[in-house]
Write a protein of this length. Sequence first.
Length: 152
Amino acid sequence: MGCKGKDRENHCVCDAVEQILAEQEAVEEIACPTSCFSNLLSPAANPGRDTIPFILFDKKGDLFKAFGNVGELNNGSCFKTVFFRVEAVKDCCATLSLLRPVNGSGQTECCIDPCDLVALEKSEFCIEVDLDCFCAIQCLSPDLVGRAISPC
């Protein structure tokens, strides 16, 4: 159930995630350049981008967190993240891939504050979520994903 009850018409987080997925799958022009509903993947801005990263907020206003590589099964360390990429959406349930936060030294960092974020790295780890459980979404710049970090 979303923040406004069971009324499906009031699930803006679900609508925004569905829009993000649509934009990742097919680039189109939308007027507002700063909204999750805008064309953040415009080929004129930076060709080849395929990810609109975002963060989600729960009903208390806290950032939603997920863990990747639990048990360190894939020759890497376990990580915690608040950064996501949508992979699929059906009936307001979504498959989100976890994006690893990268610090200024180019190392993936466990619990980086979004204000200190330098870059995001795609991962193979996913989580299934009910989008009705979130009250807010904030889209981030697609330029964060795969950004090259210059050594100090």
